[in-house]
Design a protein around this ligand. Structure first.
Ligand code: SF4
Length: 318
């Protein structure tokens, strides 16, 4: 498979007070392959959105490297970073907050093209009309303002904005969680169709595991800023290895009523530890029914347990 982006030991910390550091993303290494959808799941506050924004370049990583097509792109003000900025885009969770209410839809969509000096004014206008039609809106919408649209339509505008600079890689940061259930499948199907037509690579961040399973080729599970499991979508659902992933995935309803009735859901107990000045050891130790002495002392690293299936745990998981 063709690697598009590599995260090499990427961490993102925030200073939140005197000698207090919030570790939002801790030492994450993974590859993102061209044309795939990598789902990123985990509970609220697990660092998945911070990871997406760091990969995108919105946040600068505290440690580690982001490598795009073999070149490091996390060094500020470099030619490679600027080139990457043209190839990576993001669709935000909240279509209400992410669109400037004072700009027309046409200006919102064409802004990225202007920043990157793409096309002359007439061609940009033509592209705006094309993009509106691509996402299921129409050219008359270009002169309207965001407040004149529904939530689903605003997310379509957000998608058109992301497509405007002809990206290769798109971070979809919980793009449907603020939408009505009836609209969610329309947006998911639009994203899938656009991927088939354009070969986009997606990082799809979500907490709805059914949606992630539906759209993702591979799934990364995060807990307290750490990547704890990574595998193909079917593999991770059928051979879940990490105790945290087992608890998370056991809460997903099975479509077969008999199997659903027999299922023994694992209930997570204990509180999520604070991400501020975290202690050494496994981040899941205080909630794990298998916790051993070593788990409180040494942080487990991600290892390949089955072919292309990685987990970070001191248990013998084979
Ligand atoms: Fe549980 Fe230990 Fe594995 Fe962490 S390393 S998930 S505490 S068994």
């Amino acid at each position: 498979m063709d690697k598009l982006i590599t995260l090499d030991h990427v961490s993102k910390h925030f200073n939140v007070g005197k000698h207090q550091t919030l570790v939002a993303v801790n030492d994450v290494s993974l590859d993102i392959y061209r044309g795939e959808t990598l789902g990123v799941v985990g509970e609220s506050g697990c660092g998945k959105s911070t990871l997406g924004r760091t990969v995108m370049g919105i946040y600068h990583p505290t440690k580690g490297k982001i490598i795009y097509e073999g070149k490091e792109v996390n060094v500020k003000h470099t030619k490679d970073r600027f080139a990457y900025a043209r190839k990576a885009q993001i669709i935000f969770q909240d279509p209400y907050a992410s669109l400037n209410p004072r700009m027309t839809v046409g200006s919102i969509i064409s802004e990225g093209m202007e920043i990157h000096n793409m096309y002359d004014k007439a061609k940009r206008q033509e592209r705006v009309y094309e993009l509106l039609e691509t996402v299921g809106l129409n050219r008359e919408h270009a002169n309207r303002f965001p407040h004149e649209f529904s939530g689903g339509q605003r997310q379509r505008i957000g998608i058109a904005r992301a497509l405007a600079i002809e990206p290769e890689f798109i971070v979809c940061d919980e793009p449907i969680s603020a939408l009505d259930v009836s609209i969610q499948s329309q947006i998911i199907n639009l994203l899938k169709k656009l991927q088939e037509e354009n070969g986009f690579t997606y990082m799809f961040i979500a907490h709805d595991l059914n949606i992630v399973k539906y759209i993702s080729d591979r799934i990364a599970v995060m807990y307290l800023g750490n990547l704890v499991e990574l595998a193909d979508s079917d593999e991770i659902y059928h051979h879940t290895l990490h105790p945290y992933s087992q608890a998370l995935l056991s809460s997903v309803p099975i479509p077969d009523p008999d199997k659903e009735a027999q299922k023994q859901a694992k209930v997570l107990t204990g509180d999520v530890p604070s991400p501020i000045n975290p202690k050494p050891g496994c981040p899941f130790a205080n909630r794990c029914e298998h916790c051993m002495d070593i788990c409180r002392k040494e942080t487990p690293t991600l290892k390949e347990i089955r072919p292309h299936h990685f987990a970070a745990c001191h248990l013998d998981l084979k």
